[in-house]
Ligand binder design. Structure first.
Ligand code: 16G
Ligand code: MG
Length: 546
């Protein structure tokens, strides 16, 4: 590496005065105009990680569900997952190095710490971006950073976050890895699942898809076109076409989940005829909804998707008898998972449920320890991962003669691994997964929704001077500091039927989040209010909002 050329290139991207930026749960995110230096430097980092591992890495320029004026960047590790923890700290260090010389110095240190020899291969980074107007200029900054340390960039253009992760994983497994290959793989899995659903199944109902006016909309159209002959009919709203509204404004998975209301462009009346789904701005989350019998809007969130997927997987493994039962199935949730969902998984389906802190990387880490690891955050980000050992066994089994039900179960599980993105949570995979399982089971949205009834819950956020005064343990379900906070929460929860509450500092905003659930709506709301008041008192609150 030639440090002089790195310094020279970095001089074109000076860091804004007073910048203090952190590689958080979703990479770097900020108002777009403040980001060029950070993006340049993250390009450098992704190139170094590629050199160190001798495999391609990925970079996605997106701020997901944030407003259109924001942007961000995150790194895909060689396995297609999130960047390794140690490297996140390095990303923060590089982004905040005050001068070009300090940056070169930090890069030098990182190369030594990570044992990247000077003669290591130069590295390759796959680059993608969402549809934000600030994307092209930031992609250029990333390209310059990658090139500044002698690595090659492959610009894959406008993609969803999960598409890029999928491509990184496929490339490093020496599998076909273009966007077309991605669509083909998902579509082939879905076709197989539909085929196995049998001839008697009713036709698929049309699905309204809210594309959040983002990158997912056009990709869903493409997927739909590829599968039109199966009867799958996506009706895309908020597609980002001129006149359709702005990215994530009044639409998208985050809006729908928080507001518990239909997105712009979708009416309750339309939902009477079928179901709807909302993607977020980079299409790594999806939530579903329908209109219930009383005519109300009903959300089917990530917990509902997890339960649907877990039940289906479980049934296939049971069809494989004793041999099927030796594979470990686990569902991974965060503290936000509704208590009724957890209860259904544990007691209804008799499955193992693990709990982690919020953030995909934590859930993923635990999910890969199972043979089938199913993880979904309530907000709709998640996937179903099948272990290499299980897949190999299934491949062997698929070649053997056997009872038809057995053969079907084997083929279904194999098809699932193609339909569902094995790198990260993917809204497009989520759409296909849900449609395929509902078709296999001959279930309506109402049948799916009726598996369990969510306990009423309420979320609030408390603005504070310094959210770091709150620290937690036990997957964010217990507050460790400030002293007395957890005892006070326990006292509030004590008399409440099916009551549960926790607080945690947000990883993306300077607020403390409060969650409460209880048997009755009013109890959940008053529990949340009481806990918010305690946070105010003990952590120096400035204001509370929904
Ligand atoms: C990020 C995380 C998401 C998490 C959310 C929590 C990824 C890719 N995204 O969007 O999983 O639910 O942060 O936000 O990990 P919060 O910390 O502000 O509540
Ligand atoms: Mg997202």
């Amino acid at each position: 590496m030639v440090m002089a050329s790195l310094e020279q290139a970095a001089n074109l991207y000076p860091i804004p005065p007073g910048l203090a930026i952190d590689y958080g749960t979703a990479g770097f995110r900020a108002e777009a105009s403040t980001l060029p230096s950070t993006v340049f430097r993250t390009g450098v980092l992704a190139a170094l990680r590629s050199r160190q591992t001798g495999a391609v890495t990925g970079l996605v320029i997106t701020a997901s569900h944030n407003p259109e004026g924001d942007n961000g960047i995150k790194v895909a590790d060689p396995n297609g997952g999130m960047l390794l923890r140690d490297w996140e700290a390095a990303a923060t260090a590089l982004a905040n190095a005050p001068t070009s010389e300090a940056l070169a110095e930090a890069v030098q240190q990182l190369a030594v710490r990570e044992g990247i020899p000077a003669q290591a291969p130069s590295g390759t980074v796959l680059l993608a971006r969402d549809t934000r107007p600030s994307g092209p200029a930031l992609a250029h900054a990333a390209t310059q950073g990658i090139a500044a340390v002698g690595a090659t960039v492959e610009d894959r253009g406008v993609l969803t976050t999960p598409q890029l992760h999928w491509m990184v994983r496929a490339t490093n497994r020496a599998e076909a890895a273009t966007e077309q290959d991605y669509f083909r793989t998902l579509a082939a899995g879905f076709r197989e699942l539909l085929l196995l659903a049998g001839a008697g199944r009713p036709p698929l109902a049309p699905l309204l898809v809210d594309g959040a006016n983002g990158v997912g909309a056009a990709k869903v159209e493409r997927l739909g076109a590829l599968l039109a002959d199966t009867g799958l009919a996506f009706r895309v709203r908020n597609s980002g076409q001129p006149g359709e509204g702005r990215l994530n404004a009044g639409c998208g998975a985050d809006f729908v989940q928080k507001e518990q209301a239909p997105p712009a462009g979708v009416t309750l009346d339309e939902l009477r005829a079928g179901r709807g789904a909302s993607l977020d701005g980079d299409a790594d989350r999806v939530v579903f909804y329908h209109c219930d019998e009383e005519g109300g809007f009903k959300l089917l969130d990530g917990d509902k998707i997890a339960v649907l997927a877990a039940g289906f997987v479980n049934e296939q493994l049971q069809a494989l008898g004793d041999e099927g039962r030796r594979w470990r199935v686990g569902v991974v949730q965060t503290a936000y998972a509704n208590g009724a969902a957890t209860d259904y998984l544990r007691n209804g389906l008799q499955l193992e449920v693990a709990r982690t802190a919020t953030g995909v990387k934590y859930l993923h880490e635990v999910a890969v320890q199972f043979d089938v690891g199913i993880y979904f955050e309530a907000n709709g980000h998640g996937t179903v991962l099948l272990s290499a050992a299980l897949l190999e066994w299934l491949h062997q089994q698929s070649k053997l003669e056997g009872a038809p039900e057995r053969h079907t179960a084997v083929r279904r599980l194999l098809a699932l691994a193609g339909t569902v993105n094995q790198a990260v949570g993917d809204a497009l995979s989520g759409l296909l997964l849900v449609e395929a399982v509902l078709a296999s089971r001959r279930w309506s949205t109402a049948d799916w929704d009726a598996l369990y009834t969510d306990l009423p819950s309420r979320q609030l956020k408390v603005t504070v001077h310094d959210r770091s005064v709150i620290t937690t343990s036990h997957a964010e379900t217990r507050a460790v500091t400030p002293a007395g906070l957890q005892d006070a929460i326990d006292a509030c929860v004590a008399g409440v039927s099916q009551g549960r509450a926790f607080v945690r500092p947000s990883g993306t905003e300077n607020v403390v989040r409060v969650y409460a659930e209880a048997a009755m709506r009013e109890q959940a709301a008053s529990l949340a209010n009481e806990v918010a008041r305690i946070v105010h008192r003990l952590a120096g609150g400035l204001g509370t909002s929904p």
